[in-house]
Design a protein around this ligand. Structure first.
Ligand code: PEP
Ligand code: MG
Length: 754
């Protein structure tokens, strides 16, 4: 039996007419299956939709018994329809009943039909339904017929996902991932609760026009877009070559290969022949590709298929003109950013005034994007698997940075509950604000210096709002990461002078540039590294690129003229590195003196303690430095050989491990012995229970994100330090992986809020 004389193009046009009718959704679906059956000269056409992620329900049929609609259901993997859904592949059978997976559903009356052609309805490579045609005679459907049915399925996928069938969806509670509410669990990256609307960091491309009016024109559009794509890939490769060296460009070679791949181009042209627009054709081929990608185990092949997916996205952007990044677009005033991952600089591109929250699929709590989120006071949750797939731009979403929960398209009751939580949170903040001018002194009279971590001018008001004693860590690299080009002397000087001015005499510890690893500057050439966290970074870059360090030191010295200046160096691994950095400061100072520039009243130099090797050089180091600051984020990472940004390894080792606490106790003891001030400025200082442990092992100065000051101070005011210390000390000798539950129990028994 030949394919209908009308061909797929006419079918697509008619489908569009049906969809435009002002009729209830079920009626439209009934008309759609009738139309497809007629067009394919089939006696049966049935549509199954996936519900609750596992049940395929018969939604409409022409030819089978109508009573079976919304009654016949199959599990994924069950029967022919379930097999198609599970494998995301068509089944073309001349005798369906002899197939081993065939399952007889008596209510449908399908026993009289022999030939069977079923195709998956795919969206983003995921099956959301199955479309079937059947005939009485035993025959094999042609390849063209199979193609045509797949194209029709794609158009249906858009209809189902677009919500045009909302009435049906509501009536039978259709459970397409993109309509349903979802509660997802992740890890807390930054405290706070936010209600808002989704903005995808890398927006999905919206295709509204799938059905072609003019086939030759669509082919021409495709050719032009492919040419533009090929050109952009060339530019990318040339750019990469000059920026990062031939090695990186090599990686892009596969990109070039795919952009010229004849098979890919041919399949897209053929898809246009079936009646799709150029963008419809790209998506049609991309769907097949994605379905294949999900099934492939070999990680190399999957990577290649994902390159191809990336190229298809670029092609769609060219065709639809949706080239803008989300940051440049019009953001809603309650933006909740959703992304697989992003660097700290990407986050800084967004308008802070409109950002309410952040949800990431990857990223751990001590990754720099998390630190920037905390600095900006944006509630954030990380390690939320699969979130990008199920959200659409504009979806309502709730981010609970306390519990690490994310609610996508929340129900009314969840939204109410969270609005109440937000009010509770605000009341709590008001209580913390009332503590602003209360000195942080333990119940037994020990004063603790509470400082904040900062790095941007927007952080400065927090110094006063929080009542902190000073800035324990000023991450100077953040300004550099935000800039479009390397900030010149005057720009840097201005920045530091503004920071010092707005601190109103409170002390600030400026950390010199800590570049490398995930803190990359777009304008600074950085080699590709296998182990960037342990690579060419921080002080290692600064001592090799002396001019860069000298410029920054010059800017700091001049900005602090007439004031005290505190500076510290990141990632020092040897006392000699501190000495070398100190010599740079002395050289710059001498030069400024010679030029008769006014100088700071005093210059205090310190180091971060982040590299374990330094722990065995403390006696030497402490004789030379004015102060030290423990960077527990990096120190933990190197101590346990455990990547701080690795989402899967979050929580693998506890900061309340007795080894970590003993080590900090030892640093505190040595520093005291040498009368050198010691601070801790890693993320652990901002969590009350961990801050309590730090005080318990002898630290008297800690530095944290501004939002943590209130909760930490409440803990300090309730703590009897000496009692806790004698409780903690014997526990440090234990071989346990963590003392968390013991410390929690102490806090509970002594009514200490943690
Ligand atoms: C640290 O490593 O603990 C630290 C404070 O520095 P950063 O997080 O910027 O690496
Ligand atoms: Mg560090």
């Amino acid at each position: 039996m030949p394919l209908s004389a009308l061909g797929p193009r006419v079918l697509l046009r008619r489908l569009r007419e049906v969809m435009a009718r002002p009729e209830p959704a079920q009626k439209k679906l009934d008309a759609i299956v009738t139309l497809i059956a007629a067009n394919m000269v089939a006696e049966v056409c049935s549509l199954y939709v996936l519900r609750s992620g596992r049940l395929l329900e018969l939604y409409a049929t022409e030819g089978l018994k109508r009573e079976a609609v919304h009654k016949s259901k199959l599990q994924i993997g069950e029967g022919l329809v379930g097999t198609i859904a599970a494998e995301a592949e068509p089944l073309n059978l001349s005798d369906a009943q002899s197939h081993p997976a065939f399952k007889y559903l008596p209510e449908t009356g399908e026993e009289i039909y022999h030939s069977f052609l079923g195709v998956p309805i795919l969206r983003g490579g995921v099956t959301i339904g199955v479309l079937v045609v059947q005939n009485r005679t035993s025959r094999q459907y042609s390849e063209d017929e199979e193609e045509a049915l797949q194209t029709t399925a794609m158009v249906l996928a858009e209809v189902i996902a677009s919500g045009e069938l909302e009435e049906v969806a509501l009536a039978v509670e259709a459970d397409v991932a993109h309509i349903r509410s979802h509660h997802l669990k992740g890890n807390s990256l930054a405290e706070g609760i936010a209600l808002g609307h989704v903005v995808l960091h890398e927006p999905r491309i919206l295709i509204t026009n799938l059905i072609a009016e003019n086939i030759p024109l669509e082919k021409q559009r495709l050719e032009q877009a492919v040419a533009a794509l090929q050109e952009s890939v060339e530019t990318l490769i040339n750019h990469a070559e000059s920026l990062r060296g031939a090695e990186y460009a090599g990686v892009l070679e596969t990109f070039r290969m795919f952009a010229h791949d004849r098979g890919w181009l041919r399949r897209m042209r053929e898809a246009i022949d079936t009646g799709l627009t150029a963008e419809g054709a790209v998506e049609r081929v991309q769907n097949d590709n994605r379905a294949r990608m999900l099934r492939i185990e070999d990680s190399y092949l999957r990577e290649r298929l994902s390159d191809l997916d990336d190229l298809a996205n670029r092609l769609l952007r060219i065709l639809t003109g949706q080239i803008q990044t989300a940051a440049a677009g019009n953001l809603p005033k309650d933006t909740i950013l959703v992304a697989r991952n992003m660097g700290p600089a990407d986050l800084l591109d967004y308008d802070r005034q409109k950002l309410r929250g952040l949800v990431l699929e990857e990223a751990g709590a001590t990754s720099h994007v998390a630190i920037v989120a905390r600095a900006l006071g944006i509630p954030a949750v990380g390690k939320v698997e699969g979130v990008v797939e199920i959200v659409d731009t504009g979806d309502p979403i709730i981010v609970d940075g306390q519990a690490g929960d994310v609610h996508v398209r929340p129900s009314w009751s969840i939204e109410q509950a969270y609005s109440e939580k937000v009010r509770f949170y605000a009341r709590k903040q008001a209580q913390y604000a009332a503590l602003r001018d209360v000195p942080a002194v333990t119940r037994d009279g020990v004063a603790i210096s509470i400082n904040i971590n900062a790095g941007l001018l927007v952080d400065m008001p927090h110094l006063h709002d929080s009542g902190a004693d000073g800035i324990g860590l000023y991450r100077t690299e953040l300004q550099f990461m935000m800039a479009a080009s390397f900030p010149r002397l005057a720009v840097q000087m201005n920045h530091y002078a503004t920071v010092l001015e707005s601190a109103n005499g409170k002390p600030i510890v400026f950390r010199t540039l800590d570049l490398g690893a995930d803190k990359a500057l777009p304008y600074l050439r950085q080699p590709r590294e296998d182990n960037p966290a342990m690579g060419w970074r921080a002080i290692r870059v600064a001592l090799e690129r002396r001019a860069l360090l000298e410029l920054q030191v010059r800017a700091l010295l001049r900005a602090a003229a007439g004031r005290e200046l505190r500076m510290m160096f990141p990632m020092i691994a040897e006392t000699s590195e501190f000495r070398a950095a100190k010599r740079v400061v002395e050289k710059v100072k001498a030069a400024l003196e010679a030029q008769r520039h006014p100088l700071p009243t005093s210059i205090k130099l310190g180091t971060m303690i982040e590299v374990p090797a330094l722990l065995w050089q403390l006696d030497n180091l402490l004789k030379e430095v004015d102060f030290i600051s423990i960077g527990s984020n990096d120190l933990m990472q190197f101590l346990f050989a455990c990547d701080r940004s690795h989402a899967r390894l979050q929580g693998r080792y506890d900061t309340l491990n007795p080894a970590v606490l003993s080590l900090i106790a030892e640093v505190a003891r040595k520093a005291q012995q040498h009368r050198v001030p010691v601070n801790l400025c890693g993320e652990m200082a901002g969590r009350p229970i961990e801050a309590m442990a730090l005080i318990g092992v002898g630290l008297r100065s800690i530095s944290m994100a501004p939002a943590a000051v209130g909760p930490v101070k409440s803990m300090i005011l309730a703590l009897e330090q000496a009692k806790f210390r004698s409780f903690l000390e014997p526990l440090l000798a234990r071989p346990d992986p963590s003392l968390r539950s013991e410390i929690e129990a102490f806090a509970r028994n002594h009514a200490i809020p943690i």
